[in-house]
Design a protein around this ligand. Structure first.
Ligand SMILES: Cc1ncc(COP(=O)(O)O)c(C=O)c1O
Length: 436
Protein backbone atom coordinates (compact mmCIF):
# COMPACT_ATOMS: atom_id res chain seq x y z
CA UNK A 1 0.00 0.00 0.00
CA UNK A 2 1.15 3.52 -0.75
CA UNK A 3 0.59 6.04 2.03
CA UNK A 4 1.22 9.73 2.30
CA UNK A 5 3.99 10.80 4.66
CA UNK A 6 1.56 12.04 7.30
CA UNK A 7 -0.95 9.20 7.02
CA UNK A 8 -3.01 8.36 10.09
CA UNK A 9 -3.39 4.78 8.91
CA UNK A 10 -0.76 2.89 10.89
CA UNK A 11 -1.61 3.88 14.41
CA UNK A 12 -4.31 1.55 15.84
CA UNK A 13 -5.86 3.89 18.39
CA UNK A 14 -7.00 2.57 21.79
CA UNK A 15 -10.67 2.64 22.85
CA UNK A 16 -11.37 4.58 19.65
CA UNK A 17 -13.64 4.16 16.65
CA UNK A 18 -10.61 4.10 14.35
CA UNK A 19 -12.46 4.29 11.04
CA UNK A 20 -14.60 7.24 12.07
CA UNK A 21 -11.69 9.01 13.76
CA UNK A 22 -9.46 8.74 10.73
CA UNK A 23 -12.18 10.32 8.58
CA UNK A 24 -12.50 13.25 10.95
CA UNK A 25 -9.47 13.32 13.30
CA UNK A 26 -9.37 15.17 16.58
CA UNK A 27 -5.70 15.86 17.24
CA UNK A 28 -4.38 17.71 20.25
CA UNK A 29 -1.17 19.58 19.60
CA UNK A 30 -0.71 21.76 22.67
CA UNK A 31 -1.81 22.02 26.27
CA UNK A 32 -1.40 24.81 28.79
CA UNK A 33 -3.19 25.34 32.10
CA UNK A 34 -6.82 24.28 31.67
CA UNK A 35 -6.70 24.50 27.87
CA UNK A 36 -5.85 22.33 24.89
CA UNK A 37 -5.29 23.39 21.29
CA UNK A 38 -6.22 21.18 18.36
CA UNK A 39 -4.44 20.81 15.02
CA UNK A 40 -6.60 23.50 13.50
CA UNK A 41 -5.31 25.96 16.10
CA UNK A 42 -8.63 26.04 17.97
CA UNK A 43 -8.58 26.37 21.75
CA UNK A 44 -10.55 23.91 23.89
CA UNK A 45 -11.22 23.91 27.60
CA UNK A 46 -10.32 20.65 29.33
CA UNK A 47 -13.34 19.44 31.28
CA UNK A 48 -11.88 16.06 32.24
CA UNK A 49 -8.25 16.86 33.19
CA UNK A 50 -7.20 14.95 30.08
CA UNK A 51 -8.27 11.52 31.31
CA UNK A 52 -8.46 12.54 35.01
CA UNK A 53 -4.66 12.91 35.11
CA UNK A 54 -3.73 16.57 34.85
CA UNK A 55 -4.89 17.94 38.20
CA UNK A 56 -2.34 20.77 38.20
CA UNK A 57 -3.12 21.77 34.62
CA UNK A 58 -1.16 21.12 31.45
CA UNK A 59 2.47 21.71 30.57
CA UNK A 60 3.71 22.38 34.07
CA UNK A 61 7.23 23.71 33.68
CA UNK A 62 8.42 22.32 37.04
CA UNK A 63 7.54 18.78 35.93
CA UNK A 64 9.03 19.14 32.45
CA UNK A 65 12.28 20.52 33.89
CA UNK A 66 12.52 17.81 36.54
CA UNK A 67 12.04 15.09 33.91
CA UNK A 68 14.58 16.66 31.54
CA UNK A 69 17.14 17.03 34.32
CA UNK A 70 16.63 13.44 35.45
CA UNK A 71 17.01 12.05 31.93
CA UNK A 72 20.31 13.87 31.49
CA UNK A 73 21.56 12.66 34.87
CA UNK A 74 20.32 9.06 34.91
CA UNK A 75 18.04 8.05 32.06
CA UNK A 76 17.47 4.49 33.09
CA UNK A 77 18.63 1.90 35.56
CA UNK A 78 17.48 -1.68 36.06
CA UNK A 79 14.96 -1.78 38.90
CA UNK A 80 15.65 -5.38 39.94
CA UNK A 81 18.31 -5.71 42.69
CA UNK A 82 19.30 -2.11 41.90
CA UNK A 83 17.60 1.21 42.51
CA UNK A 84 18.06 4.96 42.22
CA UNK A 85 17.51 7.63 44.86
CA UNK A 86 14.37 9.32 43.53
CA UNK A 87 12.20 6.20 43.79
CA UNK A 88 12.70 6.24 47.56
CA UNK A 89 11.87 9.91 47.72
CA UNK A 90 8.68 9.44 45.72
CA UNK A 91 7.65 6.41 47.79
CA UNK A 92 8.15 8.45 50.97
CA UNK A 93 6.04 11.29 49.56
CA UNK A 94 3.25 8.92 48.49
CA UNK A 95 3.32 7.13 51.87
CA UNK A 96 2.96 10.52 53.58
CA UNK A 97 -0.30 11.06 51.69
CA UNK A 98 -1.87 7.61 52.06
CA UNK A 99 -3.90 6.79 55.19
CA UNK A 100 -1.86 5.86 58.27
CA UNK A 101 -0.62 2.31 58.11
CA UNK A 102 -0.37 2.13 54.30
CA UNK A 103 3.32 2.86 54.22
CA UNK A 104 4.81 0.66 51.49
CA UNK A 105 4.66 1.55 47.82
CA UNK A 106 5.27 -0.67 44.78
CA UNK A 107 5.73 1.15 41.46
CA UNK A 108 4.47 0.19 38.00
CA UNK A 109 3.55 2.09 34.83
CA UNK A 110 -0.23 2.45 34.67
CA UNK A 111 -3.46 1.94 36.51
CA UNK A 112 -3.97 -1.39 34.79
CA UNK A 113 -0.59 -2.61 36.02
CA UNK A 114 -1.39 -1.35 39.49
CA UNK A 115 -4.51 -3.53 39.54
CA UNK A 116 -2.75 -6.66 38.34
CA UNK A 117 0.05 -5.95 40.82
CA UNK A 118 -2.49 -5.64 43.64
CA UNK A 119 -4.09 -8.95 42.63
CA UNK A 120 -0.70 -10.64 42.86
CA UNK A 121 0.19 -8.96 46.16
CA UNK A 122 -3.13 -10.16 47.64
CA UNK A 123 -2.38 -13.73 46.52
CA UNK A 124 1.21 -13.53 47.82
CA UNK A 125 0.00 -12.19 51.18
CA UNK A 126 -2.43 -15.02 51.78
CA UNK A 127 0.07 -17.61 50.64
CA UNK A 128 2.70 -16.20 52.99
CA UNK A 129 0.18 -16.56 55.79
CA UNK A 130 -0.47 -20.19 54.90
CA UNK A 131 -3.78 -19.45 53.20
CA UNK A 132 -2.83 -20.09 49.59
CA UNK A 133 -6.35 -21.40 48.95
CA UNK A 134 -7.67 -17.83 49.00
CA UNK A 135 -7.68 -17.31 45.24
CA UNK A 136 -11.16 -15.94 44.63
CA UNK A 137 -11.73 -12.21 44.05
CA UNK A 138 -14.76 -10.01 44.49
CA UNK A 139 -15.37 -6.85 42.49
CA UNK A 140 -18.50 -5.06 41.31
CA UNK A 141 -20.80 -4.58 38.35
CA UNK A 142 -19.95 -1.43 36.40
CA UNK A 143 -16.39 -1.43 37.80
CA UNK A 144 -13.46 -0.30 35.66
CA UNK A 145 -10.12 -1.71 36.76
CA UNK A 146 -8.08 -1.19 33.62
CA UNK A 147 -7.49 -3.51 30.71
CA UNK A 148 -4.95 -6.15 31.70
CA UNK A 149 -6.23 -9.69 32.12
CA UNK A 150 -6.62 -9.45 35.89
CA UNK A 151 -8.25 -6.04 35.80
CA UNK A 152 -10.55 -6.89 32.94
CA UNK A 153 -11.68 -10.00 34.79
CA UNK A 154 -12.56 -7.80 37.76
CA UNK A 155 -14.20 -5.31 35.43
CA UNK A 156 -17.95 -4.96 35.55
CA UNK A 157 -18.43 -3.17 32.22
CA UNK A 158 -19.91 -5.51 29.66
CA UNK A 159 -18.21 -4.27 26.49
CA UNK A 160 -14.81 -4.37 28.21
CA UNK A 161 -15.24 -7.89 29.51
CA UNK A 162 -17.40 -9.75 27.01
CA UNK A 163 -14.42 -10.71 24.84
CA UNK A 164 -11.68 -10.90 27.48
CA UNK A 165 -13.26 -11.21 30.90
CA UNK A 166 -13.50 -14.96 31.24
CA UNK A 167 -9.77 -15.69 31.35
CA UNK A 168 -9.26 -15.38 35.11
CA UNK A 169 -11.66 -17.69 36.92
CA UNK A 170 -13.19 -17.17 40.33
CA UNK A 171 -14.36 -13.55 40.24
CA UNK A 172 -17.71 -12.70 41.81
CA UNK A 173 -19.35 -9.34 41.23
CA UNK A 174 -21.24 -7.30 43.80
CA UNK A 175 -24.26 -5.47 42.43
CA UNK A 176 -23.48 -1.91 41.34
CA UNK A 177 -24.73 0.96 43.49
CA UNK A 178 -26.81 2.93 40.99
CA UNK A 179 -30.38 3.13 42.29
CA UNK A 180 -33.21 4.95 40.52
CA UNK A 181 -34.41 6.45 43.79
CA UNK A 182 -31.04 8.17 44.27
CA UNK A 183 -31.19 10.03 40.95
CA UNK A 184 -29.91 13.63 41.05
CA UNK A 185 -28.68 13.25 44.64
CA UNK A 186 -25.57 15.26 45.24
CA UNK A 187 -22.71 13.69 47.22
CA UNK A 188 -23.23 10.32 48.89
CA UNK A 189 -26.71 8.93 48.22
CA UNK A 190 -28.91 8.06 51.20
CA UNK A 191 -29.99 4.63 49.98
CA UNK A 192 -27.99 1.54 49.10
CA UNK A 193 -25.63 0.71 52.00
CA UNK A 194 -27.19 -2.76 52.16
CA UNK A 195 -25.83 -3.54 48.66
CA UNK A 196 -22.52 -4.15 50.42
CA UNK A 197 -24.10 -7.24 51.99
CA UNK A 198 -23.61 -8.97 48.63
CA UNK A 199 -20.08 -9.55 49.92
CA UNK A 200 -21.52 -11.44 52.89
CA UNK A 201 -23.58 -13.52 50.45
CA UNK A 202 -20.39 -14.47 48.59
CA UNK A 203 -18.82 -15.43 51.91
CA UNK A 204 -21.85 -17.60 52.62
CA UNK A 205 -21.81 -19.06 49.11
CA UNK A 206 -18.10 -19.68 48.49
CA UNK A 207 -16.62 -19.67 51.98
CA UNK A 208 -14.53 -16.80 53.29
CA UNK A 209 -11.47 -19.03 53.28
CA UNK A 210 -11.52 -19.02 49.45
CA UNK A 211 -11.71 -15.21 49.02
CA UNK A 212 -8.49 -13.20 48.72
CA UNK A 213 -9.71 -9.65 48.25
CA UNK A 214 -12.56 -7.33 47.42
CA UNK A 215 -11.74 -4.61 44.87
CA UNK A 216 -13.84 -1.46 44.57
CA UNK A 217 -13.38 2.02 43.24
CA UNK A 218 -14.51 4.21 46.17
CA UNK A 219 -16.29 6.28 43.51
CA UNK A 220 -16.82 4.19 40.39
CA UNK A 221 -15.39 6.69 37.92
CA UNK A 222 -15.26 5.47 34.34
CA UNK A 223 -18.79 4.09 34.41
CA UNK A 224 -20.12 7.59 35.05
CA UNK A 225 -19.30 8.52 38.66
CA UNK A 226 -21.23 6.31 41.08
CA UNK A 227 -20.68 7.86 44.51
CA UNK A 228 -20.85 5.26 47.31
CA UNK A 229 -24.10 5.29 49.31
CA UNK A 230 -23.73 6.43 52.91
CA UNK A 231 -22.46 3.54 55.03
CA UNK A 232 -21.63 1.32 52.03
CA UNK A 233 -17.84 1.37 52.22
CA UNK A 234 -18.00 0.99 56.01
CA UNK A 235 -20.04 -2.21 55.58
CA UNK A 236 -17.58 -3.61 53.08
CA UNK A 237 -14.76 -2.89 55.53
CA UNK A 238 -16.62 -4.64 58.35
CA UNK A 239 -17.34 -7.77 56.32
CA UNK A 240 -13.74 -7.93 55.08
CA UNK A 241 -12.45 -7.60 58.66
CA UNK A 242 -14.76 -10.31 59.92
CA UNK A 243 -13.49 -12.78 57.32
CA UNK A 244 -9.83 -11.99 56.70
CA UNK A 245 -10.57 -10.61 53.20
CA UNK A 246 -8.35 -7.78 51.96
CA UNK A 247 -10.14 -4.59 50.95
CA UNK A 248 -8.62 -2.87 47.92
CA UNK A 249 -9.59 0.66 46.89
CA UNK A 250 -8.84 1.39 43.26
CA UNK A 251 -8.09 5.10 43.48
CA UNK A 252 -6.67 5.52 39.99
CA UNK A 253 -9.19 8.33 39.41
CA UNK A 254 -10.01 9.32 43.01
CA UNK A 255 -6.43 9.54 44.25
CA UNK A 256 -4.46 12.77 44.62
CA UNK A 257 -7.15 15.23 45.61
CA UNK A 258 -10.06 14.53 43.28
CA UNK A 259 -12.38 14.05 46.28
CA UNK A 260 -10.92 16.99 48.22
CA UNK A 261 -8.48 14.91 50.28
CA UNK A 262 -5.39 13.07 49.11
CA UNK A 263 -7.34 9.82 48.79
CA UNK A 264 -11.05 8.98 48.79
CA UNK A 265 -10.25 6.62 51.68
CA UNK A 266 -9.73 9.76 53.76
CA UNK A 267 -12.75 11.61 52.34
CA UNK A 268 -15.02 8.69 53.21
CA UNK A 269 -13.22 7.74 56.42
CA UNK A 270 -12.67 4.09 55.46
CA UNK A 271 -9.16 2.66 55.30
CA UNK A 272 -8.52 -0.21 52.88
CA UNK A 273 -5.60 -2.63 53.04
CA UNK A 274 -4.35 -1.71 49.57
CA UNK A 275 -4.72 1.41 47.39
CA UNK A 276 -4.01 1.38 43.66
CA UNK A 277 -3.18 4.70 42.02
CA UNK A 278 -1.83 6.21 38.76
CA UNK A 279 -2.90 9.19 36.59
CA UNK A 280 -2.43 12.31 38.78
CA UNK A 281 0.55 10.65 40.49
CA UNK A 282 2.66 12.36 37.82
CA UNK A 283 -0.01 14.89 36.75
CA UNK A 284 -0.18 12.72 33.63
CA UNK A 285 3.24 13.85 32.47
CA UNK A 286 4.82 10.38 32.62
CA UNK A 287 3.21 6.94 32.65
CA UNK A 288 3.26 5.64 36.21
CA UNK A 289 1.14 3.60 38.59
CA UNK A 290 1.65 2.51 42.17
CA UNK A 291 0.23 0.21 44.81
CA UNK A 292 0.30 1.25 48.46
CA UNK A 293 -0.04 -1.61 50.92
CA UNK A 294 -0.50 -1.90 54.65
CA UNK A 295 2.42 -2.64 56.90
CA UNK A 296 0.92 -6.04 57.71
CA UNK A 297 0.89 -7.03 54.02
CA UNK A 298 4.44 -5.86 53.39
CA UNK A 299 5.83 -7.62 56.43
CA UNK A 300 3.90 -10.83 55.80
CA UNK A 301 5.24 -11.14 52.25
CA UNK A 302 8.76 -9.85 52.89
CA UNK A 303 9.40 -11.59 56.21
CA UNK A 304 8.06 -14.87 54.88
CA UNK A 305 10.92 -15.32 52.41
CA UNK A 306 14.39 -16.48 53.45
CA UNK A 307 16.93 -13.66 53.84
CA UNK A 308 18.67 -12.85 50.51
CA UNK A 309 15.75 -14.34 48.55
CA UNK A 310 13.50 -12.30 46.26
CA UNK A 311 10.26 -11.95 48.20
CA UNK A 312 7.78 -10.99 45.49
CA UNK A 313 8.24 -12.43 42.02
CA UNK A 314 6.83 -9.43 40.25
CA UNK A 315 8.07 -6.19 38.69
CA UNK A 316 8.40 -4.33 35.40
CA UNK A 317 11.43 -3.23 33.39
CA UNK A 318 10.14 0.30 33.91
CA UNK A 319 9.07 -0.01 37.57
CA UNK A 320 10.03 3.29 39.24
CA UNK A 321 11.51 4.65 35.99
CA UNK A 322 13.71 7.64 36.86
CA UNK A 323 11.78 10.03 34.58
CA UNK A 324 8.45 8.95 36.08
CA UNK A 325 9.81 9.32 39.61
CA UNK A 326 11.06 12.82 38.78
CA UNK A 327 7.63 13.72 37.37
CA UNK A 328 5.92 12.24 40.44
CA UNK A 329 8.09 14.14 42.89
CA UNK A 330 7.57 17.38 40.96
CA UNK A 331 3.79 16.83 40.73
CA UNK A 332 3.37 16.05 44.42
CA UNK A 333 5.51 19.08 45.25
CA UNK A 334 3.19 21.29 43.17
CA UNK A 335 0.09 19.81 44.84
CA UNK A 336 1.56 20.56 48.25
CA UNK A 337 3.01 24.01 47.50
CA UNK A 338 -0.14 25.23 45.79
CA UNK A 339 -2.49 23.53 48.24
CA UNK A 340 -4.30 21.93 45.32
CA UNK A 341 -6.18 19.26 47.29
CA UNK A 342 -7.59 22.00 49.54
CA UNK A 343 -8.33 24.05 46.45
CA UNK A 344 -10.25 21.13 44.95
CA UNK A 345 -12.26 20.82 48.18
CA UNK A 346 -12.99 24.56 48.21
CA UNK A 347 -14.03 24.64 44.55
CA UNK A 348 -16.27 21.58 44.86
CA UNK A 349 -19.52 23.28 46.02
CA UNK A 350 -19.31 25.82 43.19
CA UNK A 351 -18.55 23.07 40.70
CA UNK A 352 -21.37 20.81 41.87
CA UNK A 353 -23.86 23.73 41.91
CA UNK A 354 -22.84 24.47 38.33
CA UNK A 355 -23.23 20.85 37.20
CA UNK A 356 -26.60 20.54 38.95
CA UNK A 357 -27.78 23.68 37.12
CA UNK A 358 -27.96 21.40 34.05
CA UNK A 359 -30.81 19.45 35.65
CA UNK A 360 -33.92 20.02 33.59
CA UNK A 361 -32.26 19.60 30.20
CA UNK A 362 -34.56 16.96 28.70
CA UNK A 363 -31.79 14.56 27.59
CA UNK A 364 -30.18 14.48 31.06
CA UNK A 365 -31.62 11.60 33.09
CA UNK A 366 -29.33 11.70 36.13
CA UNK A 367 -26.50 13.71 37.67
CA UNK A 368 -24.09 12.48 40.32
CA UNK A 369 -21.04 14.07 41.86
CA UNK A 370 -18.56 14.46 44.68
CA UNK A 371 -15.49 16.65 45.02
CA UNK A 372 -14.37 17.74 41.57
CA UNK A 373 -15.89 14.72 39.85
CA UNK A 374 -19.36 14.57 38.32
CA UNK A 375 -21.26 12.25 36.01
CA UNK A 376 -24.13 13.13 33.70
CA UNK A 377 -26.33 10.45 32.13
CA UNK A 378 -27.84 11.15 28.74
CA UNK A 379 -30.94 9.29 27.58
CA UNK A 380 -29.66 6.77 25.03
CA UNK A 381 -30.45 7.34 21.37
CA UNK A 382 -30.82 4.55 18.77
CA UNK A 383 -28.28 2.31 20.53
CA UNK A 384 -26.40 2.62 23.84
CA UNK A 385 -23.38 4.86 23.54
CA UNK A 386 -24.36 6.51 20.25
CA UNK A 387 -25.51 9.73 21.88
CA UNK A 388 -22.49 9.86 24.18
CA UNK A 389 -20.17 9.57 21.19
CA UNK A 390 -22.10 12.16 19.26
CA UNK A 391 -21.97 14.48 22.28
CA UNK A 392 -18.19 13.99 22.59
CA UNK A 393 -17.76 15.16 19.01
CA UNK A 394 -20.20 18.06 19.24
CA UNK A 395 -18.65 19.28 22.51
CA UNK A 396 -15.17 19.03 21.01
CA UNK A 397 -16.28 21.06 18.01
CA UNK A 398 -17.77 23.61 20.43
CA UNK A 399 -14.46 23.92 22.33
CA UNK A 400 -14.82 21.49 25.24
CA UNK A 401 -13.12 18.18 25.98
CA UNK A 402 -15.25 15.88 28.15
CA UNK A 403 -14.76 12.12 28.43
CA UNK A 404 -17.84 10.03 27.75
CA UNK A 405 -18.22 6.35 28.58
CA UNK A 406 -21.27 5.09 26.75
CA UNK A 407 -23.92 7.75 27.36
CA UNK A 408 -22.36 9.06 30.58
CA UNK A 409 -20.23 12.19 30.54
CA UNK A 410 -17.56 12.50 33.22
CA UNK A 411 -16.63 16.02 34.21
CA UNK A 412 -13.44 16.45 36.21
CA UNK A 413 -11.79 19.84 35.81
CA UNK A 414 -8.16 20.46 36.74
CA UNK A 415 -7.81 21.72 40.33
CA UNK A 416 -6.20 24.92 39.07
CA UNK A 417 -9.45 25.88 37.32
CA UNK A 418 -11.03 29.21 38.29
CA UNK A 419 -14.77 29.61 38.75
CA UNK A 420 -14.87 31.28 35.34
CA UNK A 421 -13.46 28.09 33.80
CA UNK A 422 -16.19 26.03 35.47
CA UNK A 423 -18.74 28.47 34.02
CA UNK A 424 -17.22 28.06 30.58
CA UNK A 425 -17.39 24.26 30.79
CA UNK A 426 -21.00 24.32 31.97
CA UNK A 427 -22.07 26.89 29.36
CA UNK A 428 -20.81 24.67 26.54
CA UNK A 429 -22.41 21.58 28.08
CA UNK A 430 -25.72 23.43 28.43
CA UNK A 431 -25.64 24.66 24.86
CA UNK A 432 -24.76 21.32 23.29
CA UNK A 433 -26.76 18.95 25.51
CA UNK A 434 -29.88 21.10 25.05
CA UNK A 435 -29.75 20.22 21.35
CA UNK A 436 -30.91 16.65 22.10
C1 LIG B 1 -10.39 3.06 38.53
C2 LIG B 1 -9.42 2.77 37.42
N1 LIG B 1 -8.59 1.74 37.54
C3 LIG B 1 -7.69 1.46 36.59
C4 LIG B 1 -7.60 2.21 35.45
C5 LIG B 1 -6.60 1.85 34.39
O1 LIG B 1 -5.61 2.80 34.32
P1 LIG B 1 -4.65 2.86 33.02
O2 LIG B 1 -5.51 3.34 31.90
O3 LIG B 1 -3.57 3.82 33.44
O4 LIG B 1 -4.12 1.50 32.79
C6 LIG B 1 -8.44 3.32 35.29
C7 LIG B 1 -8.36 4.17 34.10
O5 LIG B 1 -9.18 5.02 33.86
C8 LIG B 1 -9.38 3.60 36.31
O6 LIG B 1 -10.23 4.62 36.19
Amino acid sequence: MQYEANTLEHHWLPFTSNRDFKQEPRLLVKGEGVYYWNHKGEKLIDGSSGLFCCAAGHARKEIAEAVGKQLLELDYGPPFQLAHPSSFELARKVAALTPDGLDYVFFCNSGSEAIDTAIKIALAYHRAKGEGQRTRFVSRERAYHGVNIGGVSLSGMMRNRETFGAVMPGVAHLRHTWLAENRFQRGQPEKGAELADDLQRFVDLYGASTIAACFVEPIAGSTGVLVPPKGYLERLRKICDAHGILLVFDEVICGFGRTGKAFAAQSFGVTPDIITMAKALTNGAQPMGAVAVSDKIYSAVVDHAPAHAVELFHGYTYSAHPAACAAGIAALTIYEKEGLFERAAALSPYFLDAVWSLKGIPAITDIRGYGLLAGIDLAPAERPGARGYDATKRLFAAGLHVKFTGDAGIIAPPFVAEKSHIDQIIDILRKILSQY
